[in-house]
Design a protein around this ligand. Structure first.
Ligand code: C2O
Ligand code: CU
Length: 474
């Protein structure tokens, strides 16, 4: 009894001491513990990914031409498209980590454009954001993009001018940065997931950013393709171990690919290797997102066909088929799936202060035009928030609407900290995160790249209608 009473007395003393110590001292303590926490989070972050590129002197040069063209997306019809280097999907540029890339770009479109390198930490001037990092490249104009990627992985590029139309018409390409230290798969495949809105003779519906698109989750099509092909057939060998890089380039559609009869392992998200590879269950691949899968085709299997279906909507539909040609077998390379050297756990990030809460919503003006807003403003209106270079920041996106918003930050990788205020444990980086209706999402990041970087919804119609702002890392 005496002990208990003593204990209470002790608490009472501490409490009165704290209270009589005054407001100022209390706040000071609070500040100290916050800055201690931030320092701790920054220390945990160290060595996650490099601050600087390490160019090895090799410069790989590519030509990239954007122009009108024709492509057989829905045979026997030809579809009038806008394409990079005349092909759907666009070219795949493959380089090795340490190499620099130089892309000589020519604009043969009937309108101005730029090229943005999605997910790649480029020097700010190479980021392709019109009016912010460069002037739009006029029709007939050209521009040279040159940079040395700092990270290996699966990235993509696309226009950042009138994107809702330009990307929809077919402008997108892939940049793969290979890390020679990563294991060799039997095959390395790239799947570009897209979603076209075509009429019966294969023409692209040519009203863009419609009121319907704006009132919903952007433009959803009626003709989903992988690498420009409806229900893509892929012939595989039993025993083969495949690295499959999947990119969602659709304007609005979310994909949840399911591999029936197979057990894919997710080894990378948004380009970067995961801290712990994990089995693919239900991964929401929003516009902009990528995943890399490690898939072994079973050797003894009654199946000779494996269906890959999309399961995001209530009506699942086939995306692709793997089929094993009889007698076609291959050895299975044996290695542990590659994983990130270091990903901070950031367990205590949930206690860090929120530097800024972005409010995502729509508004309708007098002429009943819909704009999508961040903090009530449609781009180019709105505030640019500063993020301190090399320091931990926690940001929150609060979706006050009933629509989806895959928010994408240029030039940064971030980690999910919480959904609706509850801690989440994702052991990987992202550059795009899907925020559902009336959901809030907290992210943590330590920016290593200075400059003005776009922060926008990757549903391109929403972005076009204003859902974009800038962060300024300095
Ligand atoms: Cu793919 Cu501004 O982004
Ligand atoms: Cu949106």
């Amino acid at each position: 009894m005496r002990i208990v009473r003593f204990y209470f007395l002790f608490i009472a003393l501490v409490l009165t001491g704290f209270i009589s110590g005054g407001q100022a001292a209390g706040q000071q303590d609070g500040k100290d513990s916050v800055s201690e926490l931030l320092v701790k989070l920054e220390r945990e972050f160290a060595n996650s990914f490099p601050k600087d590129a390490s160019p090895n002197g090799t410069v790989r040069e590519f030509d990239l031409v954007a122009s009108e063209g024709n492509w057989g997306i829905m045979p026997p019809y030809q579809t009038k498209v806008w394409a990079y280097n005349g092909q759907i999907p666009g070219p795949i540029f493959r380089i090795k980590l340490g190499e620099s890339i130089k892309v000589r770009f020519i604009n043969r479109l009937p309108q101005s454009t730029t090229v943005h390198w999605h997910g790649i930490r480029v020097p700010n001037a190479m980021d392709g954001v019109p009016g912010v990092t460069q002037e739009p490249i006029p029709s007939g104009g050209s521009f040279s993009y040159q940079f040395t990627p700092k990270d290996a992985g699966t990235f993509w590029f696309h226009p950042h001018v009138n994107s809702a139309e330009q990307i929809e018409r077919g402008l997108h390409g892939v940049l793969i940065v290979e890390d020679p230290d990563e294991p060799q798969y039997s095959r390395d495949l790239v799947w570009v997931l897209d979603d076209w809105l075509l009429n019966k003779t294969g023409e692209i519906h040519d009203k863009f950013v419609t009121r319907h698109d704006l009132a919903h989750d952007g433009r959803w099509g009626n003709f989903p393709t992988i690498n420009g092909t409806f229900q893509l057939p892929v012939s595989v060998k039993a025993g083969e171990r495949i690295r499959l890089r999947i990119i969602n380039v659709a304007n609005g559609r979310v994909f949840v690919p399911q591999f029936q009869g197979l057990s894919p392992i997710v080894i990378a998200v948004d380009g970067m290797l995961t801290g712990t590879p994990f089995p693919l269950k239900r991964f929401l691949l929003a516009p902009g997102n990528r995943i890399d899968l490690d898939i072994t085709i079973p050797r003894s299997s009654e199946n000779t066909t494996f269906n890959i279906i999309d399961t995001y909507t209530r009506k699942p539909f086939p995306l692709a088929y793997f089929h094993i040609q009889s007698g076609n077998t291959s050895g299975t390379p044996k290695f542990k799936p590659p994983q990130a050297h270091h990903i901070p756990q950031w367990e205590e990030a949930i206690n860090a202060p929120v530097l800024h809460e972005y409010m995502l919503d729509a508004k309708e003006d007098r002429s009943s035009r819909i704009t999508w807003t961040i903090d009530g403003n449609a781009w180019p209106n709105g505030k640019t928030h500063e993020l301190p270079l090399g320091q931990f920041s926690r940001l929150r996106f609060t979706n006050n609407s009933y629509r989806l918003h895959p928010m994408h930050l240029h030039g940064q990788f971030f980690k999910l900290i919480a959904r609706n205020g509850k801690s989440v444990d994702e052991n990987y980086w992202r550059d795009t995160v899907l925020i559902g209706p009336e959901q809030s999402v907290d992210i943590g990041l330590v920016p290593l790249d200075t400059g003005k970087w776009a922060n926008h919804c990757h549903i391109l119609e929403h972005a076009e209608a204003g859902m974009m702002s800038m962060i300024w890392v300095k």
